[in-house]
Design a protein around this ligand. Structure first.
Ligand SMILES: [Zn+2]
Ligand SMILES: [Zn+2]
Length: 371
């Protein structure tokens, strides 16, 4: 009996994880005060504070205006009153809303599923309550909109879903779950232009990436690793069993694979000297096959060199030119986790999306949280 209850509980908890909508605060950077809402759906319900529910249809024009701590609401020009909050919900299969900002500026977005409004100090707090896969589709279109490769869209779907659920508590204290900015993941609303996105996301069901202990991973990525990714502890001091350095030949001829920077020799020597605490006249010339974390001649961290000289990566050769030092570099970004250009190349070669994910994240499992 105990066992049956445990299984039921596991199923119930798993169900809760995926069935629940994600609450994303949208447009906060615009300080919206007044918006127009049009529904592209059949019937829907406006829940106005605790006071009343009214029904509306596609074609109805709803205007919501922040006044102090309340929202004034009108429908087709008739004022319905002022309310502490407005919730827009529907039971339709694929509802979405067009939302236009009237104040302070003009902007239009389309949001799937449900949406709600409240007002604080004359400003609207707008929360898009969006089904997880609709959210993931919107993120993918916002971030890599026109990609037409099915395997790559699936890779992005699993990574974006994992990232969202891993960070679901990030804005808890502020009364929502995720923001629509790069801080969480960029979300501009419904995926509307690339018809391949939603089917690709749906076909990955509710798959997420877990580490060997069953915890969601930090699904970090970067533009190009230059041929070898980096251990997490070499960049962030946090060791993660799934963020291990791997050799990647898929990205080495891609756009961001190589870079070059010239530095005045005296400036370089002064830098090496002050960083290492040694008076040195050695420019620290070297050629790398594999990534290193410290310069071989003076124990200066490559991560420090990257930050101090604003380099594209920590993966570079040092060449002694006459009056300058030439850094010949590989890759772009921190180098931890998935290499985007490598993953794109793998997808173009037709490699299965789960194999792409497993190539970049070590000792992981891809688990469907929809039992
Ligand atoms: Zn955020
Ligand atoms: Zn790479």
């Amino acid at each position: 009996m105990k066992k049956i209850i445990s299984i039921f509980l596991i199923l119930f908890i798993s169900n809760c994880i995926y069935a629940k909508n994600i609450h994303v605060r949208v447009w906060s950077q615009y300080n919206p005060r007044k918006v127009i809402l049009n529904a592209f759906t059949g019937d829907y319900v406006l829940t106005l504070g605790d006071e009343k529910n009214i029904r509306a249809n596609d074609g109805d024009v709803i205007v919501i205006n922040a006044i102090g701590t309340r929202c004034s609401v009108s429908k087709n020009g008739d004022l319905l009153g002022t309310f502490s909050s407005v919730q827009v919900t529907t039971d339709d299969d694929h509802p979405y809303f067009k939302m236009q900002m009237l104040l302070p500026s003009s902007k239009t977005s389309y949001y799937p599923d449900n949406i709600s409004f409240s007002s604080k100090d004359g400003e609207l707090a707008i929360i898009s309550s969006v089904e997880l896969n609709h959210y993931v589709s919107g993120v993918i279109e916002s971030e890599i909109g026109n990609v037409k490769n099915d395997q790559l869209l699936k890779v992005q779907a699993v990574i974006s879903r994992t990232y969202a659920l891993k960070h679901i508590d990030r804005h808890k204290a502020e009364g929502f779950e995720l923001c629509d900015q790069v801080h969480c993941q960029v979300f501009h609303g419904k995926a509307r232009f690339n018809s391949m996105i939603l089917p690709a996301v749906d076909s990955t069901h509710y798959e997420v990436i877990q580490d060997e202990n069953g915890d969601l991973i930090e699904a970090v990525f970067h533009a190009n690793c230059g041929g070898q990714t980096v251990n997490s502890e070499d960049v962030w001091s946090k060791k993660r069993s799934y963020l291990r350095s791997v050799v990647d030949t898929f990205c080495i001829t891609e756009k961001q694979a190589n870079w070059r920077k010239e530095i005045d020799k005296e400036k370089w020597l002064n830098y090496i000297s002050s960083k290492s605490g040694k008076a040195t006249f050695d420019p620290c010339e070297f050629t790398l096959q594999n990534r290193i974390t410290v310069l071989p001649c003076c124990s200066v961290f490559t991560e420090d060199v990257r930050n101090d000289f604003k380099l594209r990566s920590t993966f570079f050769n040092v060449i002694d030119g006459q009056d300058k030092i030439i850094l010949q570099g590989r890759g772009f970004g921190h180098g931890v986790g998935m290499c985007q250009e490598g993953s794109i190349r793998m997808a173009q070669l037709g490699i299965y999306y789960k194999d792409i994910i497993k190539f970049y994240y070590t000792n992981i499992q891809i688990v469907n949280i929809n039992p």
